[in-house]
Design a protein around this ligand. Structure first.
Ligand SMILES: Nc1nc2c(ncn2[C@@H]2O[C@H](COP(=O)(O)OP(=O)(O)OP(=O)(O)O)[C@@H](O)[C@H]2O)c(=O)[nH]1
Ligand SMILES: [Mg+2]
Length: 442
């Protein structure tokens, strides 16, 4: 089994900012608040698409960012919510949160979806903060930031295509030419001792997984040579590329080779005789190859099997015919039903399963520093990000109320904070007033 992996960054769209605005009516100098809410940022959603086989696409695009929500509008109108971003993934993709190493999801069903990064809520406009005590608030909220994280995608893949043929016909060379795999290549037999897999990009949006297998020889189905152990890999592939050395080197006859290997396949498992197969005439760059190929075609005609298989002549050395082979292989694959079972992740139980934090963490910590005090709290800092404290007295008052409600004032008092002491929260400093609100200065 081969694991295709990709590490990517996802971020939900930020929420649109709310706005401050007032109604303007004839003869009414200052109408009521009418700043609308910002729209919600777009989620980044992964959707399983059975048409995809590999994580190839993620090699080119590694950042996925949701769109930002629209700003709030005047007359209390909502900004538009952003469209969600849908990213297609192949069935069998396991999504892992990088930081916690927990599995977020194991995506197997065609069409199933998961939100990997939520978009932020829109900020509220000033129309939402009007109260009897403050009918015309002069502040609004910024949109919430979209969730962001780095995730790893893991896909266990089976080979779609198996490369089959005698030793030294050029199976490993072909894989090395069409994929990023770097199998050992050698002019001697049995260079390849175990299967190599590579992801092949056809170049037209399609991709598939190719397996380079150890060479087969006569008797392989009965255990001669290395082939027997690996014939089961051929069983699991959907189509076979049968590679032949058309140079006829080593005194071999390509047609004879072809017949012998097919016999071995059939003896190992009769199903393999029915498996779609493309005949690949390799090493066409060699001097006698054209002649050999003409002879091969005649022999194939005579055998009555010519109709059954497509034939592609190529050379891994000059790359002539390679692209044609990839197109033909992808076309053929598309006609073969995918009966492979997607293996569920077996070790889910042993790995942590990711859960979203249920409740907002309202905890905080107070302490002394230098001449003053500090407050540490993720919740308060998040709150401060959303409310612009620089430009609004109302906003500061609201902030101070929230701090009081959370019990921050009381805790500061307990550790000795008094009138006029400086309290730092994140990048801001405040003056502490006992029994009253915070006042703010930069
Ligand atoms: N001239 C020529 N030589 C090639 C071509 N493809 C492969 N070869 C050579 O053929 C030899 C065998 O290539 P491999 O790719 O190792 O063959 P293989 O089928 O993987 O062999 P095993 O792993 O032993 O089964 C090497 O010396 C390659 O350089 C080709 O298209 N033209
Ligand atoms: Mg090899």
């Amino acid at each position: 089994m081969f694991v295709d992996k990709a590490k990517i960054f996802v971020k939900g769209g930020d929420g649109g900012n709310g706005i401050v605005s007032y109604r303007r009516e004839k003869y009414v100098p200052n109408g009521g608040p009418a700043g609308g809410d910002g729209g919600r940022g777009g989620d980044v959603i992964f959707r399983v698409d059975e048409g995809l086989r590999t994580l190839m696409d993620f090699r080119y695009q590694r950042h996925f960012k949701g769109e930002k929500g629209e700003r709030g509008k005047v007359k209390s109108m909502h900004g538009a919510n952003a469209e969600h971003m849908v990213v297609r993934i192949p069935p069998g993709t396991v999504i892992i949160d990088d930081e916690s190493e927990a599995i977020i999801a194991d995506m197997t069903q065609h069409g199933s979806e998961i939100i990997v990064a939520k978009g932020g809520r829109g900020g509220r406009g000033n129309c939402r903060f009007a109260t009897a005590a403050n009918p015309a608030p002069d502040f609004c909220e910024n949109g919430e930031e979209g969730q962001e994280r780095t995730i790893t995608l893991e896909l266990k893949v089976m080979a779609d295509i198996g490369l089959v043929g005698f030793p030294s016909v050029g199976k490993s060379t072909l894989l090395s030419v069409v994929s990023a795999a770097t199998p050992k290549i050698g002019a001697y037999h049995f260079t390849t001792l175990s299967p190599n897999l590579g992801v092949v990009d056809v170049g037209d949006g399609r991709s598939f997984v190719m397996a380079d297998l150890p060479g087969l020889i006569e008797g392989a189905s009965e255990g001669v040579g290395l082939g027997h152990d690996f014939l089961r890999h051929v069983e699991r592939t959907r189509i076979i590329l049968h590679i032949l050395d058309m140079s006829g080197s080593e005194g071999r006859d390509p047609f004879d080779d072809w017949v012998k290997i097919n016999q071995e396949l059939e003896m190992y498992n009769p199903i393999l005789a029915e498996r779609p197969q493309i005949i690949v005439a390799n090493k066409m760059d060699m001097p006698d190859a054209e002649e050999q190929l003409a002879l091969f075609r005649e022999q194939l005609e005579a055998s009555g099997d010519a109709e059954k298989h497509q034939l592609v002549a190529m050379s891994s050395l000059t790359k002539q015919g390679v692209q044609e082979l990839l197109y033909k292989a992808a076309d053929l694959l598309a006609t073969v039903p995918d009966t492979r079972l997607i293996e569920e992740v077996k070790d889910v139980a042993e790995r942590k399963v990711y859960t979203l934090p249920q409740e907002e963490d309202r905890s905080f910590k107070v302490g002394k520093e230098n001449e003053g005090f500090f407050v540490e709290s993720a919740a308060i800092e998040k709150f401060m990000k959303r409310v612009n404290l620089n430009n609004s007295y109302d906003a500061i008052m609201r902030f101070a109320r929230t701090m009081r409600k959370m019990g921050v004032d009381a805790e500061l008092r307990k550790i000795g904070a008094k009138d006029g002491d400086i309290v730092r929260i994140g990048d801001y400093s405040f003056e502490f007033f006992e029994g009253s609100d915070f006042s703010y200065h930069e």
